[in-house]
Design a protein around this ligand. Structure first.
Ligand code: THU
Length: 131
């Protein structure tokens, strides 16, 4: 799958977002080595802090299906003029499983930036830090 195709898949998830409070839909698509893609969207809650971001929805879908060490790329997009940069909690959760993960961060007009998770979370705290 091309980078663009993964970004487009993330865009299709915007319509699944449950965002009655922020009205800010986010979509994600996490590709693993065998080509399987785990999609995700943000799911908000009336107890606002219980909200789960799109990236973490995709992450927990992958891990709960046995994919924890074969991640390749994650696309995340919002319906916003700026790029939809992953929040701090998502950066940390992603780092746990794949510090080398490639990210495709997109914005409403379809443009996206390709970069490494370690660029967004340098010197991150992960499993190795506990050794
Ligand atoms: N959101 C995400 O889904 N991913 C991020 O990395 C940033 C924020 C969601 C959470 C909330 O539903 C909405 O965007 C506004 O913060």
């Amino acid at each position: 799958m091309t980078d663009q195709a993964l970004v487009e898949l993330a865009f299709t998830m915007l319509e699944c977002s449950y965002v009655p409070y922020s009205r800010f839909p986010v979509g994600a698509a996490l590709e693993v080595a065998d080509g399987t893609v785990f999609t995700g969207c943000n799911v908000e809650n009336s107890a606002y802090g219980s909200t789960i971001c799109a990236e973490r929805t995709a992450l927990v879908k992958a891990v709960s299906e046995g994919h924890r060490d074969d991640w390749v790329r994650l696309a995340v997009v919002g319906n916003s003029t700026d790029y939809c940069w992953p929040c701090g909690a998502c950066r940390q959760m992603l780092y746990e499983f794949c510090p080398q993960l490639t990210l495709l961060v997109g914005r409403r007009d379809g443009q996206f930036v390709k970069l490494a998770l370690e660029e967004l979370l340098p010197h991150g705290f992960g499993p190795k830090s506990l050794q």
